[in-house]
Design a binder for this molecule. Structure first.
Ligand SMILES: Nc1ncnc2c1ncn2[C@@H]1O[C@H](COP(=O)(O)OP(=O)(O)OP(=O)(O)O)[C@@H](O)[C@H]1O
Ligand SMILES: [Mg+2]
Length: 444
């Protein structure tokens, strides 16, 4: 069962909200509705599922509806229409007391500027959620201590918030969420106010924690690189609507529309695309006992230049290049070079470049058991690397889908869109810099 399921979810601000939903359902645009009814459709017809243990990122420019969406997931905002199911239960149907309990015990929220209680120690702040839940003091402290240790703040328990840096305060916020033991974390721009280095550290830490904790995380950001780095899947929002849901790779390789294509155009694809996405199957794979003469023929038949040698259990033993197949009596098991460059499916392209230049042989993709999965030819790697430049000039050599939409986006409307995106990004930066303090930290 999905940990969270949203179904046809709407949030419209304004007195004629219900009417606005009807108009939207009948096909009216957001602009029409906001003009005619003096209403703000913040979230329009959002449907998605978040699986247990998944990091689901909601990504979009400022004002696209991310915070409104996440606040409906924990019932802080009542949906104007549609449903939110948490572990299968429609939260709109829950009596108020039970909804509070779900919000308190099953979901925790971490904000951009986490509001710590200034006169309480770090430990007390981390234990805050448990305090509210009436957990006995000793257990409370133990759990808070453990959570602080997990986020790298062991030793800081007795300090006051004022003694902490911004990054450390965010860690306390995260520790509070972890100490609460809730299985769902809702993180709204939780790392956005941090310096790039610290931010990256926090992302790493979250990913590492996630390996062992396996929480269900809804993570909001307007930073695409952050989204791609930590999201198992990403929902892209624009003007209140979810325009695409997919893995980083899905979104990069087949953006749903020009808007998304533009949005992702300056992402470093070598840090998103993986070996698995560019590998091909090996042309000639033969058992160790095969003799060289047979291998040579196979190479000729398949117009290939190397044989991949596997043992009877399927594990890869090595590679033999054409030129090494001189002694036709010997078995290829004897001839196999074992100094291959092996990687896993999920290794990023950025890491492959170094390997590819170190050796003549292609980079080989193997599974956890060492079985051959595929081969990344140098040409494929170079093409993928050239991908972004090739697409920019409309060279159709790399990825048909992406190229087509990039070209489509190159017309006048595309330019307008780019200008709009630039404006919105500038706007986002201003907002980030401007809003600090209890207002922004609030919501809870
Ligand atoms: N309480 C409210 N009353 C009226 N309009 C609101 C309210 N909260 C949000 N909105 C509007 O709803 C839209 C979506 O806002 P929301 O805060 O969800 O966007 P966001 O994607 O989280 O943006 P940001 O990246 O700036 O945090 C915006 O047009 C906003 O002005
Ligand atoms: Mg927001």
């Amino acid at each position: 069962m999905a940990a969270i399921r949203a179904e046809g979810l709407y949030k419209v601000f304004g007195r004629r909200a219900k009417e606005a939903v009807q108009r939207l359902e009948a096909g009216a645009t957001r602009e029409e509705v906001s003009q005619d009814l003096d209403a703000t459709p913040a979230v329009i017809d959002a449907s998605f599922e978040v699986q247990p243990g998944e990091i689901f990122v909601v990504m979009g420019l400022s004002g696209s509806g991310k915070s409104t969406l996440i606040r409906m997931l924990n019932g802080l905002w009542e949906a104007t229409a549609g449903h939110v199911y948490v572990s299968g239960e429609d939260i709109a149907e829950l009596p108020a007391a039970q909804l509070r309990r779900v919000r308190r015990e099953h979901m925790s929220m971490v904000f951009q500027h986490f509001a710590l209680l200034p006169h309480r120690t770090v430990l007390q702040n981390a234990a805050y959620a448990l305090d509210v839940q009436d957990v006995p003091k000793q257990e409370r402290d133990e759990r808070a201590r453990e959570a602080l240790r997990m986020v790298g703040l062991a030793g800081w328990e007795d300090q006051l918030p004022v003694q902490l840096s911004g990054g450390m305060k965010q860690r306390v916020g995260l520790a509070r969420a972890l100490a609460s033991g809730s299985e769902i974390l809702l993180m709204d721009e939780a790392f956005s106010a941090l310096d790039p280095l610290i931010r990256r550290e926090m992302q790493d830490q979250l990913l590492k924690l996630q390996e062992t904790l396996g929480k269900t995380i809804v993570f909001i950001t307007h930073d695409l690189n952050e989204a791609m780095r930590i999201g198992d899947r990403i929902a892209m929002m624009r003007d209140g609507r979810i325009v695409q849901i997919g893995t980083a790779e899905d979104i990069l390789r087949s953006p749903a529309n020009d808007y998304v294509a533009q949005f992702v155009s300056d992402v470093d694809r070598t840090r998103v695309l993986t070996a698995g996405s560019v590998m091909e199957s090996a042309k000639v794979v033969l058992d160790t006992t095969t003799d060289a003469a047979v291998a040579k023929r196979a190479l000729r038949d398949h117009d290939a230049h190397e044989v991949f040698v596997t043992a009877s259990d399927g594990t890869l033993r090595g590679v033999v290049r054409e030129a090494e197949l001189t002694d036709s009596k010997r078995s290829i098991g004897d001839l196999a070079q074992s100094d291959m460059q092996t990687v896993r499916r999920n290794t990023m392209l950025a890491e492959l470049f170094g390997l590819a230049t170190e050796s003549e042989s292609p980079v080989v993709v193997v599974d956890d058991a060492g079985r051959l999965e595929g081969v990344v030819a140098r040409e494929a790697l170079l093409e993928a690397m050239a991908g972004s430049t090739a697409e920019a000039v409309g060279d159709g050599s790399v990825d048909g889908d992406v190229v087509a939409s990039q070209q489509a986006a190159g017309d006048e409307s595309g330019e307008k869109q780019q200008a709009a995106i630039d404006r919105a990004k500038a706007e986002t930066r201003r907002t980030d810099a401007g809003i600090v303090g209890p207002g922004a930290a609030g919501g809870a």
